[in-house]
Design a protein around this ligand. Structure first.
Ligand SMILES: *Cc1c(COP(=O)(O)O)cnc(C)c1O
Length: 362
């Protein structure tokens, strides 16, 4: 069986170091807001090339608190790609803001920058870019639009740790970014975890307080905050894995390159990328005119796949208010995509086998 993502095998490589660091946490008797968190925050900020990193409980909270800290709420509009994972949109609606869904480019799956400006109104406050499937959004036009209309750029970087655009890593391509360290992400912990990165001192301080019951110092509450912290064990695990992230991403790139050069099947469209550095291949998503049959064919050959994602957010039950929107590119993507196995622990033989089986699909 070729697993879609063998998390056990991924983390097993770090077992000795992880064991040791978890032992340190146990020995210290300190479980929240301690040295592990501080170390990881510093190292991850440095990795992204930003001034601040705030460890939080998960990626959704990270995005949520960015929007809240900017003071965006009811009546405010935030532009977001229509084909994203639902968490991006949940963060917007949770704050009472209105998500303005914009169609993606069919070949890169990222937001189509040419369709953004026509959606801007006097209520627009921000553009949320999503580096979907691991590919950094081409930011040039978006930077320009944001500047012209005085909008914040919020990055959903949950799938793109280490991807870069013009020499800047994700997390440093907008005003503030939300990361997730859910176990299956390119940098994943052993439970839930997330982070906000930003160069904005004021925003960083505000988010740090909101995440800790709205408290800027003990028993002093300046916001009606929440509890959203990265615990010491997760921070320790992440700090062990961070130094290996680039190497893991390189292996993903190698596999993606092999897939793109060797998958040759008229039923299948391969994903496009505009530069080697831009993509960290969180998932390898192809389109197929008969996606379900391809999935069955692969399953029959012991190859696990996934669909990212089967239903567009505007077609979900929780967002019936958007169900009548016509978003043909987004809908087509959700009907046709299928994700092939990709991970830093896949062997060459496994990668070859996937190609053979995919090419044999009729
Ligand atoms: C995983 C993910 C999130 C949410 O992260 P959690 O840590 O699971 O809350 C947000 N946006 C995107 C694009 C994601 O893939």
């Amino acid at each position: 069986m070729i697993k879609f993502l063998d998390l056990h095998k991924i983390n097993e490589r770090f077992r000795k170091e992880i064991d040791e660091r978890i032992k340190n946490v146990l020995d210290s008797g300190w479980y929240l807001l301690g040295n592990q968190d501080k170390n990881f925050e510093q190292n991850f900020a440095k990795y992204c090339g930003v001034k601040h990193c705030i460890g939080v409980a998960n990626g959704l909270d990270a995005l949520n608190m960015i929007i809240r800290a900017y003071g965006f709420g009811t009546g405010d509009e935030i532009i977001v790609p229509a084909n994203t994972y639902i968490a991006s949109i949940l963060a917007i609606s949770e704050n009472g803001c209105t998500p303005i869904l914009v169609e993606p480019d069919i070949n890169t799956y990222n937001i189509n920058p040419d369709l953004i400006e026509e959606k801007i109104t006097t209520r627009t406050k921000a553009i949320m870019v999503v580096h979907l499937y691991g590919q950094a959004v081409q930011m040039d036009k978006i930077w320009e639009i944001a500047k012209r209309h005085n909008l914040k750029i919020i990055e959903d970087s949950a799938q793109a740790h280490g991807a870069s655009y013009k020499g800047h890593r994700t997390g440093n391509l907008g005003d503030a970014a939300g990361f997730s360290f859910y176990p299956g992400k390119n940098l994943g912990c052993m439970g839930d975890g997330g982070a906000v990165t930003t160069n904005d001192d004021e925003l960083a301080a505000k988010i740090r307080a909101i995440a800790n019951y709205g408290s800027n110092r003990k028993y002093n509450h300046i916001y009606k905050g929440i509890n959203s912290r990265l615990d010491e064990i997760q921070a320790a695990v992440l700090d062990v894995k961070l130094p290996y992230l680039d190497k893991d991403n390189m292996r993903r790139r190698e596999i993606a390159k092999y897939y793109r050069e060797n998958i040759k099947n008229p039923h299948i469209s391969l994903p496009e990328t505009y530069s080697e550095d831009a993509h960290v291949w969180h998932v390898f998503v192809v389109r197929c005119d008969n996606r379900n049959a391809l999935q069955q064919h692969l399953e029959a050959n012991n190859i696990q796949t996934n669909i990212h994602y089967p239903t567009a957010p505007h077609k979900q039950k929780c967002y019936t208010e958007y169900s009548t929107l016509s978003l043909p590119v987004t809908e087509r993507i959700h009907d046709e995509v299928i994700s092939l196995p990709i991970s830093p622990v896949m062997t060459d033989e496994e990668v070859k086998k996937v190609v053979e089986v995919v090419n044999a699909f009729q």
